[in-house]
Design a protein around this ligand. Structure first.
Ligand SMILES: Cc1cc2nc3c(=O)[nH]c(=O)nc-3n(C[C@H](O)[C@H](O)[C@H](O)COP(=O)(O)OP(=O)(O)OC[C@H]3O[C@@H](n4cnc5c(N)ncnc54)[C@H](O)[C@@H]3O)c2cc1C
Length: 493
C-alpha cells in the first residue's frame, strides 16, 4: 500500500491494543473523546499528502509507487529540498503544535537505512538487514510510528543510562524460537494512541556490561504484553471558535511498559549488542531528524509572530515595548529559517551515497529553542494581559441578549469587531495558556533533551579550527620589544 489516505490510517487504529487513559482501557481510539480530535487531524495529514501531492509525494525508488517524501533516503541536495517541502506541508497543518506527526519517524528511519554500514558494526549484519527491510515495509505501508528511547529516571545520581542489574529499564530477558523476550519500561512515547508500531532505538551510549539494554526493534502496537499509560488528556471538545487548537492537536505522550513482550526475530535491529548500539546514532540520526524538527519549530515560531502581531493590531498596540517584543519573536523565527537554509545548502554526501544536512546550524538551534519557546510564550502572555480572558464563548456571542452588549463593549481598536478580537485572543490563549499549551512548552523544553544539556555537548558537533586560528593570530605574535619599558609580549608555544 503506497501513501495512505486518512481513512486508511484510521482503519489501522482499530486493531486491539492496550491503551490506558486513567484506568480505562480504550478500545476505539478514534471514537474516544480524549483522542478523537487528534486522530482526525492526523487523518487530515494523511489526506493532505494527496491533496498536495506535488509537494508531498515522490516515487518509491524501487517500485515507483507514490510515497511521502519524508520516507525518501536523500541521495542529493535536491532530495533534501523535496523533503523540506513535504515536511513544511505537514508542519503547517498543526502550526507546529504536533511535533511527532509520522514524518518524524519517517525521516529517522530513512536516515538509519541510509547507513547500513554503521548498523552492521560489531557483527550486527543481520540486524542491519532487518532494519533495511523494515524501512521498506514502513515507507510502502506508510506506517505511523511512535518511539521510546529514554530510560525512566529513578535516581539521577546513577546517571542517564542503566547499569547491569537495573530491573526498571527495558532489557532483554530471554530468547524463544521466534524472537527475543524484553521486559521493563521506557518513556515517553508521544503519538502512542495513534501509532501502528512502537519503535525502540538508542539514545545515550551504554557502558560496559550493559549488553541486555542494548536493543533496537519495532513491533506492532497490538503486540501482547505492551501496556501504554497515557498522561492526562489536554484535549478539549473540538470547537473551532472556543478551542481552536486544544480541540485538535493533543498528540498524547505515554509511559510504556513491556511486560515480557516477544519481539519477532525479523524485527530485531540490535540484539544486546553494545558496539552496534553505541555506533548507530553517530551520523545519520541528528541531521535527518533535525530537518523535520526545525522546520516544524520554525513554522511554530512564525505562527507565534503572526498571532502576536494580530493581538497587537486588535488593540492598536504600537507602543515601543510591545513592538520590541514582537521583533524578538520575529528574530527567533528568522534565525531558525536561516539555520535550516544553511544546513540544507551545506549538505554533504555520506558513505553509501546519502546526502544529509549540515548538522552544525541545526545543533545550534537545538541548544537554543528550549529557551526561545518559553520566552515566546512569556511575550504573548505579556502582550495579551487581561485581554486573553475577555473572550466570551461562541455560545455567548450568539446569545441575543449578550451579543449587542459584547459587540459594544468588547470591540477592538479602529474597525476591529468584537468577534474578531475575541477570536484572536482566544487563539492566543489556546496557544500559550491552555492545558495543551502548557504541555507544549514542556515538550519544547525537553523533546530533544534539555537545552542545558545540548549547550554542554556542543563540542561534539562544532569545528574549532577557525576559532582557534582567530585566537592564535594574537597568541602567536612574534615577541616585540615594548618601546616604553622594554617588557615583551608572551608568545604562544
Ligand atoms: C512532552 C514530552 C514528549 C516527549 N516525547 C518523547 C518521545 O516521543 N520519545 C522519547 O523517547 N522521549 C520523549 N520525551 C522524553 C525526552 O526525550 C526527555 O524528556 C529528554 O531526553 C530529557 O530527559 P532528562 O530527564 O534526561 O532531562 P535532562 O536533560 O536531564 O534535564 C532535566 C533537568 O536537569 C537539567 N540539567 C540537565 N543536565 C544538566 C546539567 N549538566 N547541569 C545542570 N542542569 C542540568 C535540565 O535543565 C532540566 O532542568 C518527551 C518528553 C516530553 C517532556
Amino acid at each position: 500500500m503506497p501513501a495512505r489516505t486518512g481513512q486508511q490510517f484510521l482503519e489501522g487504529l482499530k486493531a486491539p491494543r492496550e491503551i490506558y487513559l486513567g484506568t480505562e482501557k480504550v478500545d476505539d481510539v478514534a471514537a474516544h473523546p480524549a483522542f478523537r480530535g487528534a486522530a482526525e487531524e492526523l487523518a487530515a495529514v494523511f489526506d493532505l499528502q494527496h491533496a498536495k501531492a506535488d509537494r508531498c509525494l515522490v516515487p518509491d525508488p524501487e517500485t515507483g509507487e507514490p510515497i511521502n517524501a519524508s520516507h525518501l533516503i536523500p541521495r542529493s541536495r535536491d532530495d533534501l529540498f523535496k523533503r523540506h517541502a513535504a515536511l513544511e506541508v505537514c508542519a503547517e497543518h498543526s502550526v507546529g503544535l504536533m511535533g511527532r506527526t509520522p514524518d518524524y519517524m519517517n525521516v529517522t528511519f530513512a536516515g538509519f537505512a541510509a547507513r547500513p554500514d554503521e548498523w552492521s558494526l560489531g557483527g550486527n549484519e543481520a540486524g542491519a538487514e532487518n532494519l533495511i527491510a523494515f524501512q521498506k515495509d514502513m515507507r510502502r505501508g506508510d506506517l505511523s510510528l511512535t518511539h521510546t528511547i529514554i530510560h525512566p529516571t529513578v535516581d539521577k545520581a546513577l546517571g542517564d543510562v542503566p547499569r547491569p542489574g537495573n530491573d526498571v529499564a527495558l532489557h532483554k530477558v530471554g530468547e524463544t524460537e521466534h524472537g527475543i523476550i524484553v521486559r521493563g519500561s521506557r518513556i515517553l512515547a508521544t503519538l502512542s494512541p495513534f501509532a501502528d508500531e512502537m519503535t525502540v532505538y538508542p539514545a545515550f551510549p551504554l557502558g560496559e556490561g550493559a549488553d541486555a539494554y542494548a536493543l533496537a526493534f519495532s513491533i506492532p502496537m497490538t503486540t501482547p504484553g505492551m501496556k501504554i499509560l497515557c498522561r492526562d488528556s489536554f484535549s478539549q471538545p473540538k470547537h473551532a471558535y472556543d478551542h481552536p487548537l486544544s480541540g485538535r492537536f493533543d498528540e498524547q505522550d505515554a509511559f510504556v511498559i513491556f511486560d515480557d513482550v516477544e519481539v519477532p526475530k525479523d524485527r530485531v535491529f540490535i540484539n544486546a549488542n553494545i558496539a552496534a548500539y553505541n555506533a548507530v546514532m553517530r551520523t545519520s540520526w541528528s541531521p535527518n531528524i533535525m530537518q523535520q524538527t526545525m522546520i516544524r519549530a520554525q513554522t511554530k515560531l512564525e505562527f507565534a509572530w503572526g498571532i502576536a502581531n494580530r493581538m497587537l493590531k486588535c488593540i492598536n498596540g504600537k507602543q515601543p515595548a510591545a513592538q520590541e517584543m514582537l521583533g524578538e519573536i520575529w528574530a527567533f523565527s528568522e534565525f531558525a529559517r536561516a539555520a535550516i537554509y544553511a544546513a540544507e545548502m551545506q549538505a554533504t554526501e555520506h558513505p553509501g551515497g546519502a546526502w544529509f544536512p549540515d548538522v552544525r546550524p541545526l545543533h545550534a538551534l537545538r541548544a537554543s529553542l528550549p529557551f526561545w519557546f518559553p520566552r515566546v510564550n512569556e511575550i504573548i502572555r505579556l502582550m495579551g494581559s487581561h485581554n486573553v480572558f475577555a473572550t466570551p464563548t461562541q455560545a455567548q456571542m450568539h446569545d441575543p441578549e449578550l451579543k449587542p452588549l459584547i459587540d459594544r463593549y468588547l470591540r477592538g481598536a479602529g474597525d476591529v469587531s468584537a468577534e474578531d478580537r475575541v477570536r484572536v485572543f482566544r487563539l492566543g490563549w489556546d496557544f500559550v495558556g491552555s492545558g495543551l499549551a502548557s504541555r507544549n512548552e514542556q515538550y519544547e523544553r525537553f523533546y530533544l533533551a534539555s537545552g542545558q544539556r545540548n549547550r554542554q555537548i556542543h563540542e561534539m558537533f562544532c569545528d574549532p579550527t577557525r576559532a582557534d586560528r582567530l585566537v592564535d593570530q594574537f597568541l602567536n605574535l612574534e615577541t616585540e620589544t615594548n618601546n616604553q619599558g622594554g617588557a615583551s609580549c608572551p608568545k604562544a608555544a
